[in-house]
Write a protein that binds this ligand. Structure first.
Ligand SMILES: [Zn+2]
Length: 203
């Protein structure tokens, strides 16, 4: 369904193309006269005309990404301004990279609602650190001993901890903007999952 006038305005898109006054489905380009517009001030969700929520249909995101990328491609638009086209294309790639990743998407949502950054709040529960440390030791021991079964079992444990933390992140990210407490909990879960991600890359 095409976005309504109000939705387009809320998403920061011009309701009408400044060049031909035709209606615009994307804030970045006009399908009628093929004018191109800068994405200044648009967040990652707005670039694709998506609501800023954690739950995104991956197929829809992919579809929007391809559709908008095609619209800003130098072969498609009429301005001949390939630097703007390249700039928009880079923005779209970055937005897609962030939104397609569940952890980066939650991090971005937290940033959008004014939550603390990883630099501002580095808190990690002590038990997360001790679990990660213990698992790392056990993985190293199993590897040194050439114990494939133990390595397999510790690997499964590490993946399970990662999945649990990701589930917590999803649950909290769905509540955004939430209150200060839920934003702080999301910050902590995002800080924690970095330890689990690191562990998985070492397997
Ligand atoms: Zn136009």
């Amino acid at each position: 369904m095409a976005p309504t006038e109000t939705e387009r305005q809320r998403q920061g898109a011009p309701a009408k193309c400044a060049a031909c006054a035709g209606p615009m489905d994307s804030p970045l380009f006009c399908d009628h006269c093929r004018s191109l517009y800068p994405a200044d001030g648009l967040n990652h969700f707005e670039l694709f005309g998506l609501a800023p929520t954690y739950d995104i249909d991956p197929a829809l995101l992919r579809q929007k990404y391809l559709q908008v990328s095609r619209g800003v491609h130098p072969d498609y638009h009429s301005t001949g301004d390939s630097s703007l086209s390249l700039h928009l294309s880079a923005q779209l790639n970055e937005a897609h990279r962030v939104l397609a990743d569940p952890v980066l998407r939650a991090e971005y949502l937290l940033e959008l609602v004014g939550g603390k950054s990883a630099k501002e709040d580095k808190s990690v529960p002590p038990e997360v650190l001790s679990t990660a440390l213990l698992l790392r030791e056990e993985i190293q021991e199993a590897r040194t001993a050439g114990d494939a079964a133990a390595l397999e079992s510790r690997g499964a444990q590490a993946r399970a901890v990662y999945e649990r933390t990701l589930a917590t992140i999803a649950e909290l990210a769905r509540q955004m903007p939430g209150d200060e407490r839920s934003r702080a909990r999301l910050r902590t879960a995002l800080n924690s999952i970095k330890y689990h991600q690191k562990l998985l890359t070492e397997l």
